[in-house]
Design a protein. Structure first.
Length: 253
């Protein structure tokens, strides 16, 4: 077993299960490219980012974003061409090619978490920072699970869970989802969750830096009735307020 095989076994297992042909198409960066990025960052790279670069630093294969470029070569060239300047706090890891809304993805090293760091969206270092996910790991897993699992169901419900007490949403949601047979394929922090079941799947998220008392969710399943029953059980057996905003299904209500 190689070093990269040992770094993120749970995430690798999840991605290889839900993304067809990923193992045949992802391509890693060279060690020289990784060293150049580490020199730009001016610090040791988070363990997760090193895994990402080793696995997908040249190509993300079917996980490639439409207009965001996370490749090692793009990071290196963006700094070499002075589009970004090295900074002790931020490292640009995802370059947005859409000229109308060039909001790039940045590592925020002031907020390390779980061998990784917070991801924020910024136009440049002088613009407003928009926190996205506690970690790059959670950003990738949440996004791909939503696309390749949740949204593959015939019915998707979009809404929010609100905790009106002093706790956070996931402290109440995790136990009930476990009792209902849902599994969490990777561990996450308080601002993101992923739940999988043979008959349904759900992701939730809240903005890092805010109190994790409100989580937006996307829940996929076979039909409106089964999803309403699940959400009703969550509402009845927790102190969470469940708000349904939208049904993504022809004829759904």
């Amino acid at each position: 077993m190689s070093l990269v095989d040992e770094l993120e076994p749970d995430l690798e297992a999840l991605l290889l299960r839900i993304v067809p042909d990923l193992a045949d198409q992802w391509q890693g960066a060279t060690e020289q490219e990784i060293e150049k990025i580490e020199k730009i960052a001016g610090r040791e790279l988070p363990r997760f980012y090193r895994w990402f670069l080793m696995r997908m630093g040249r190509s993300m294969g079917p996980m490639t974003y439409p207009s965001l470029d996370f490749s090692a070569s793009k990071v290196i060239s963006s700094y070499a061409e002075d589009r970004f300047q090295p900074h002790p706090r931020f490292l640009m890891i995802g370059y947005e090619s859409d000229d109308e809304m060039p909001i790039h993805m940045m590592y925020d090293f002031d907020h390390p978490a779980r061998d990784d760091a917070r991801v924020a969206a910024m136009q440049d270092l002088d613009e407003t920072l928009y926190n996205q996910f506690d970690t790059f790991r959670e950003m990738l897993a949440w996004g791909e699970f939503c696309t390749s699992r949740v949204e593959k169901f015939s019915t998707v419900c979009i809404g929010s869970f609100v905790d009106d007490g002093d706790g956070d949403v996931l402290s109440q949601l995790d136990p009930i989802m476990d009792s209902l047979g849902f599994k969490a394929p990777i561990s996450t922090g308080a601002c993101c969750s992923i739940y999988d079941h043979a008959e349904a799947a759900m992701v939730t998220s809240s903005t890092p830096g805010d109190e994790p008392r409100i989580h937006l969710f996307r829940l996929g399943g076979a039909d409106v009735g089964s999803l309403r029953k699940l959400l009703g059980t969550i509402a009845d057996q927790t102190g969470l307020e469940v708000e349904i905003e939208e049904w993504d299904q022809p004829g759904g209500s």
